[in-house]
Design a binder for this molecule. Structure first.
Ligand code: SF4
Length: 374
């Protein structure tokens, strides 16, 4: 770990670099804690370029904590549609409601109050408090951990609790307490743009002279690889109705309807959002779907239903590799399913849906009439 005399030039060089080269990002133009919080939540597991339009749209609709707290969950999820990890949006809104109920709509500035909000862990609390309130808390996320591991040649699994604790102590020791917000952003920026996972650009690095990993020629080997979790293969089939006006049927998230245990499995994979009637399959997918539709008590006035197989959809969520077989079912009149909503098949995002459901809709739309009828 860097000590004493080294710390001052280390901090000075990193901050000078950040002031000159930082990316111009919308959430860097404000210190409003609500906006900083929103950006930090959206940026979890998600790339900056993906987040920017979502961030802007979300703030246009919910410019304040009060506006977010008062909205329906359905609308919040709709604006989050496509960004993934939907529990983030649910917690965000629950936290907004808590801020209104317990803090009069003002984002709290005490660590214990911030940590008491749903969906806010140690990293997010440190980021909001340092950036919005200049509180002296050092952030530690994957990017910062990688930079620290290379600077100090930390070996082993960084996510093990002992290593993570050591890295947090290191981040705390390096924190520039005169500018904690700027410092934290500089560390994150270095990890995101220079000290990147695969090929760190040590020649451009403002703190290269302090880096043990570079001196020993092992920067690229750090952090050491963690054991990968085995991938679980999941096979599903989805029923995509389409009437003559191009409308389809989506089922609501499970908490909005009474589902049988068998059926709950699928919305969990579709992030508990609106989804097509879907069922896990092994073997004859159409037979399984027909049984499933009967269980959903579909009231169909179209006679025998023709299932047209569309291209398979593949989707990966953490360690799960999901394959969906979509079947387009063209009908004169959409059948009735309790709780289902009718939406245009080409515009299912009028409801909150997952990326997986969007892919299924796209596949069903392009299912040609030459495809196999079953
Ligand atoms: S010198 Fe290279 S490895 Fe070390 S912190 Fe800079 S970019 Fe990362």
């Amino acid at each position: 770990m860097l000590k004493g005399q080294e710390l001052t030039p280390f901090r000075k060089q990193l901050l000078a670099w950040f002031r000159q080269f930082q990316r111009d990002l919308p959430w860097r133009r404000t210190r409003d804690p609500y906006r900083v919080w929103l950006s930090e939540i959206m940026l979890q597991q998600t790339r900056v370029a993906v987040v920017i339009p979502y961030y802007e749209r979300f703030l246009e609709r919910f410019p304040t904590v009060h506006a977010l707290a008062a909205a329906s969950e359905k609308e919040v999820l709709r604006l989050w549609s496509g960004l993934g990890y939907y529990s983030r949006a649910r917690y965000l809104q629950k936290a907004a409601q808590q801020i209104v109920a317990q803090h009069g709509g003002e984002f709290p500035s005490r660590l214990e109050d911030v940590r008491a909000l749903p969906g806010i862990g140690a990293y997010t609390a440190a980021a909001i408090l340092s950036i919005a309130f200049e509180e002296k808390h050092a952030v530690l996320d994957g990017n910062v951990a990688r930079v620290l591991a290379r600077l100090g040649t930390t070996r082993g699994d960084l996510r093990s609790s002992g290593r993570w604790q050591e890295l947090q102590e290191c981040a705390d020791a390096y924190l520039d307490t005169k500018s904690p917000g700027e410092w934290n952003q500089a560390m994150m920026e270095l990890g995101a743009t220079v000290c990147t996972p695969k090929s760190p650009q040590c020649l451009l690095c403002p703190v290269a002279q302090f880096c043990e990993g570079r001196k020993l020629g092992i920067a690229e080997l750090l952090p050491e690889k963690r054991k990968k979790r085995a991938t679980v293969e999941i096979h599903l089939a989805a029923a995509v109705f389409a009437d003559e006006d191009g409308r389809t049927l989506l089922l609501p998230p499970p908490e909005e309807r009474n589902t049988e245990p068998l059926v709950d499995y699928v919305p969990t994979l579709a992030s508990n959002l609106w989804h097509f009637p879907t069922i896990p399959v092994a073997g004859d997918a159409v037979a399984k779907l027909r049984t499933h539709l009967r269980r959903l008590q579909v009231q169909n006035q179209n006679g025998n239903l023709n299932f047209i197989a569309a291209d398979k959809v593949r989707h990966t969520v953490t360690h799960r590799a999901i394959t969906v077989e979509p079947f387009r079912i063209s009908v004169k009149k959409l059948p009735r399913i309790k709780g289902a909503e009718r939406v245009p098949l080409s515009e299912i995002t009028v409801l909150p849906v997952s990326n997986l459901t969007r892919k299924v809709a796209r596949a069903a739309l392009s299912a040609s009439s030459s495809a196999k009828n079953r």
